[in-house]
Design a protein around this ligand. Structure first.
Ligand SMILES: *Cc1c(COP(=O)(O)O)cnc(C)c1O
Length: 379
């Protein structure tokens, strides 16, 4: 059986680097924080800077998971009970859940039918006097429409949290008026950005992990304190925080994988291009569109399929694994029942019936998958 994400092959490929790193950490006796985490944070910031033409400087703060990172971001921005935050209706639960967890109210925005990213027009319609900010998700690895979102945020005095759980390494290129191309790495668009190091994300560790990013040194200090029981250390607690930290061993794994990230992203993009070429000739199937200038991490290779059930039967016949991201809109989830009075989100609702993701990681043999599917379709 083909694995959906081939972490075994990835480990075999970099085995020597992993084993050296793991041994040195286990022998060091230092398991939480310390130099591995500090070095990872430095290297994440350097990566973002070196992939941005404007030399964007963000401080990185590692933490326990992507979900923790979202919670810490909202706490750092002083989100209060009763405040409203606009989140996409078609994404993983975490952004909406963290808002509700802090007693605030998620408002669910519709998405663009083709790119599947949060729709700025829908965001604008949801703004009220209680709205404090927007959580924009870089869904499946491409950047959300930040130019338009920032314009809206500035006009209404809102913050933006960039959920880049799926998109560390994504780049957005824009052409300036003088014709020069300006690149900007993901995790530089939000007032605070976050990522997740869950094992199957494009940059994943061997357990849970996450990080926050901000260009504002005061926010960075607050984030560090919140992740550490509201303390700068020495048992002085100035604000209410939580316990959220990255283990040294996870930081070490991530430092090895970060060295190979650009190569892996290139393979993911080549895999997506092969799929695109194949599916462009298949009626009733359209790949998620990348908006102009996007270099996506292809965290998921996602198709919109008119007759998804028949397509699933084909995949099952030829033993190709798949995932449904996502089977239901967030506003329709039971836990948000009190929000049921919200307007329908037709594009998000349709995507839930059509979206299906295929294996695409750098260790996936996409040619073989295409060959298998080809035996079942009229191409
Ligand atoms: C995975 C994911 C998260 C949560 O990350 P964890 O590390 O699993 O807590 C948040 N947002 C999005 C969009 C995700 O895909």
């Amino acid at each position: 059986m083909i694995p959906f994400v081939n972490l075994v092959e990835q480990r075999n490929t970099y085995r020597k680097e992993f084993e050296e790193m793991e041994k040195s950490i286990l022998d060091s006796g230092s398991f939480i924080g310390g130099s591995q985490v500090a070095n990872l944070e430095k290297e994440l910031s350097e990566y973002i800077k070196s992939h941005s033409s404007g030399n964007e400087n963000v401080e990185s703060v590692a933490c326990g998971s992507g979900t923790d990172a979202l919670t810490i971001a909202l706490m750092a921005l002083d989100l209060r009970p009763g405040d409203e935050v606009i989140v996409p209706d078609f994404t993983f639960i975490a952004p909406a859940e963290c808002v509700a967890f802090l007693g605030a109210i998620p408002k669910f925005a519709d998405i663009d039918r083709e790119t599947l990213q949060i729709s700025p027009r829908s965001v604008e319609k949801l703004i009220s006097s209680k709205t404090k900010g927007i959580i924009a998700v870089n869904l499946f690895g491409q950047c959300a429409p930040f130019d338009e979102l920032r314009e809206i945020a500035t006009k209404h005095n809102l913050w933006i949290v960039e959920d880049s759980a799926q998109a560390f390494g994504a780049i957005l290129s824009t052409v300036s008026k003088d014709g020069s191309i300006k690149n900007r790495a993901a995790c530089t668009f939000g007032d605070i950005a976050i990522t997740s190091f869950y094992p199957t994300k494009p940059l994943g560790c061997y357990g849970d992990g996450g990080a926050l990013f901000t260009a504002d040194p005061q926010l960075a200090e607050r984030i560090r304190m919140i992740a550490n029981h509201g303390s700068k250390g020495h048992y002085q607690h100035d604000i209410i925080g939580i316990n959220s930290r990255l283990d040294a061993i996870q930081a070490g794994i991530l430092r090895v994988k970060l060295r190979h990230l650009d190569d892996e992203l290139r393979v993911r993009q080549a895999n997506a291009a092969k799929y695109n070429e194949f599916f462009s000739a298949v009626a009733g199937i359209i790949p998620q569109k990348l908006a102009k200038g996007n270099s996506s991490t292809i965290a998921q290779y996602t198709l919109l399929v008119e007759d998804r059930n028949s397509f699933i039967k084909i995949l099952q016949n030829v033993q190709v694994p798949f995932c449904i991201h996502y089977p239901a809109t967030l506003h329709s989830q039971k836990c948000f029942a009190r929000n049921m009075d919200i307007a329908e989100n037709p594009a998000a609702t349709l995507a839930c019936t059509q979206a299906i993701s295929l294996p695409v990681c750098a260790f996936t043999n996409v040619d073989e998958i295409i060959q298998r599917i080809q035996t079942q379709t009229k191409v």
